[in-house]
Ligand binder design. Structure first.
Ligand code: LLP
Length: 415
């Protein structure tokens, strides 16, 4: 990618995504599961830009959504409703109703209470709710504690014994069809063993459900494999798929997988520009125009996104390397994008490009400090296209103007 030209043309901070990479990552998942019926439901939470979803739709992919907003996005981008699943620990009644109306494939149930609410809503509107239950296998995924989900101490899923009771209940209900089973133990998984142990545990549970006459048709293995940000060992997609295929041997089910990070992560770059620099006693700060509101992962998880320094000059003075912190303009000490990085001869106006920023980058961005969100571009067939323009400051105030007018009246009338 020609980052310098892209920065010149579209400004910074700028997210750029390589659509060929997204395509090949997605097709790799389809390929490894091709021995069985499978549905790859891209996890929108990683990056829900409509153009990225349209790419997934064109590859006949499905969608894993965690809000009705994501369901609407998926449908808008052309993903077929019968390939959409709706997960999440707190679905509101109106979201459940709309999901049922939209005829999505199924809802992933997270609790007894939610199951009863789905049943009541289905009954009220005389519908049949297709469901899957998210089972918590109680296995340590060995990832960052904030993105670990498969332990009983986490808020997600239902313990096996309780899940069994819920399946039996749903099976008897006139308004529920339990057609799937789901587990997801965490994100950024770099060890295969915990996933395979979970798959085996859930597969044998599925067999016991089928023995009870409960017709489980979909075996949903949750999110995808981790990616390499720095020097992590990653899981081979082939080994991962082979392990899952072995676990479900003898079960007549369609595999569902919900990868997010491994589809879009490597495809994305955050391009930023050096605004200023300052020196404290023991520390040199490089201040860029991107910040924690653009890419939260370093502040939130201490995550590493390799920063590449692109100097404006052709020749670098290699004698002037410094250990620096790369920070943003936000008023928080936690506003850093990289710490203790060796950079050469940095000058204001140089570019710093952060790698592997395609997943949980833009989708976790915010307007904190009244900063506009970055521009997003997609690169396809060697051409760049804006897939979301940079926000304008006026857009940030727009929704508040009506309230402002009312408040100004109230404040003025009180004298
Ligand atoms: N399915 C479910 C039910 C999930 O909760 C997640 C991620 C996925 C699929 C997608 O997992 P992936 O293939 O991307 O690993 N913000 C954090 C990641 C949070 C992930 C939450 N769930 C980060 O920036 O690392």
């Amino acid at each position: 990618m020609d980052f310098k030209n892209l920065a010149k043309q579209y400004g910074t901070p700028l997210y750029a995504y390589d659509f060929e990479k997204i395509k090949s990552n997605f097709l790799a998942y389809k390929k490894v599961f091709q021995a069985r019926k499978s549905l790859i439901c891209y996890a929108l939470k990683a990056n829900s830009n409509l153009s990225i979803l349209a790419q997934i739709a064109a590859l006949e992919g499905g969608a894993d959504c965690v809000s009705i907003g994501e369901v609407r996005r998926a449908i808008k981008a052309g993903i077929k409703p019968y390939k959409i699943i709706f997960s999440g620990v707190g679905k509101r009644d109106d979201e459940i109703k709309e999901a049922l109306d939209s005829e999505i494939l199924f809802l992933n149930v997270e609790s007894n209470d939610e199951l009863l609410r789905i049943e009541a809503i289905a009954k009220k509107y005389n519908k049949n709710a297709r469901i899957s239950i998210r089972v918590n296998p109680d296995i340590d995924p060995k990832t960052h504690p904030y993105i670990s989900t498969g332990l009983s101490e986490n808020k997600f899923g239902i313990e096996i014994e309780e899940a069994k009771k819920l399946y039996i209940y749903a099976h008897k209900s006139n308004f529920l069809s339990p057609i799937g089973i789901h587990f997801h133990i965490g994100s950024q998984l770099t060890e295969l063993e915990p996933i395979l142990q979970s798959a085996q545990k859930i597969a044998s549970f599925t067999k016991s459900l089928i023995a009870l006459g409960i017709n489980i048709k979909f075996f949903d293995v949750g999110g995808g494999i981790g990616i390499c940000y720095k020097d992590e060992n990653t899981i081979s997609l082939y080994d991962y798929a082979q392990g899952i295929l072995a676990a479900i041997k003898g079960l007549d089910v369609t595999i569902i997988c919900e990868p997010g990070r491994s589809i879009v992560g490597e495809s994305g770059y955050l391009i930023t520009k050096v605004i200023s620099q300052k020196q404290h006693k023991n520390k040199h700060f490089v201040i860029i125009d991107g910040a924690m509101n653009d890419l939260l992962r370093p502040s939130l998880y201490d995550a590493y996104h390799r920063p590449n320094h692109l100097s404006q000059k052709c020749q670098k003075n290699t004698n002037d390397s410094k250990l620096v912190d790369i920070v943003g303009p936000i008023c928080e000490s936690g506003d850093f994008l990289a710490k203790n990085i060796l950079l050469n001869n940095v000058e204001n106006g140089d570019l710093i490009v952060f790698e592997n920023a395609g997943a949980y980058g833009y989708s976790m961005s915010s307007n904190y400090n009244t900063r506009t969100r970055a521009c997003e571009i997609g690169i396809i067939h060697n051409k760049a296209h804006i897939i979301k323009p940079r926000e304008e400051l006026d857009q940030l105030f727009e929704n508040e103007l009506e309230g402002l007018a009312i408040f100004e009246d109230i404040l003025n009338s009180r004298g």
